[in-house]
Design a binder for this molecule. Sequence first.
Ligand SMILES: [Zn+2]
Length: 295
Amino acid sequence: MSAAGAAGAAGATGDDTAVDTPRPMVYGVASALSPMVRRIVCRNPSVMTGPGTNTYLVGIDEIAVVDPGPDDAEHLDAVAGCGGDRIRWILLTHTHPDHSPGAAGLKQRTGAEVLAFDDRDGVDLDGTLGDGSVIEATEFHLTALHTPGHASNHLCYLLNEERMLFTGDHIMQGSTVVIAPPDGDMAAYLASLDRLKRIRPPLRSIAPGHGHVIDDPRAVIDGYIAHRLEREAQVIDLLRARGRSAITDLVEDIYADVPAELHSWARLSVWAHLRKLADDGLAEGDGLDDVWSAA
Ligand SMILES: [Zn+2]
């Protein structure tokens, strides 16, 4: 899930003209992104999913699918049609409804095993993956990295041979990510972003759960972190100025330039910031509907 309309990470480079305009996405057709990776976009566009959910096929002889998407027959047929019984693994970045429910249908079509961090949200797994788990195929290795923040059970997958990272909803192209407590956790999210910067050798590209491939991972990760810290500073400054405030009132001020229909998501985001500020000893409060105060 994303928050379209919130500040995009690309703008954080300070050069809006540098934002590239990749080819438009076509539903149901595999497009080759690299020697080893193909992408099929599911036709589930929305304000939360951007153009739709990206399903990636990694490998040629043996294939790992990253995020089958929702239970959408047309999409699953396209993925199965592309990989057939060479699909051996169905890997989930997390169990949210735009990423994981297609696992059962794709397994039915291909016989592949379904793997994820855990089996929350009604997903049936054949096995679990933890931080550092490796999927070993003849041509490639995918290493799972536990990246809590958007969801506590979120994994990214690193394609070692190409230094490409599949980021699900941890990082997406063209917008920021929703951090919705209590499962979403802003402090964990920032730590997970920071961790990606320290991967060696460094990442060459990011294949997000929504949007196009990102070719400047470091700049985008830096932009994501800067954006969150800026928002955090806005939240605490405003709370200090007011002394006490409900989250709704903070949102009205901070997100004045964001369409009102996104304010329910913005409330969750401000709540996530406040919970981190409370952990840091700077704010007092607990719930989404509480009146919060500066500490
Ligand atoms: Zn998503």
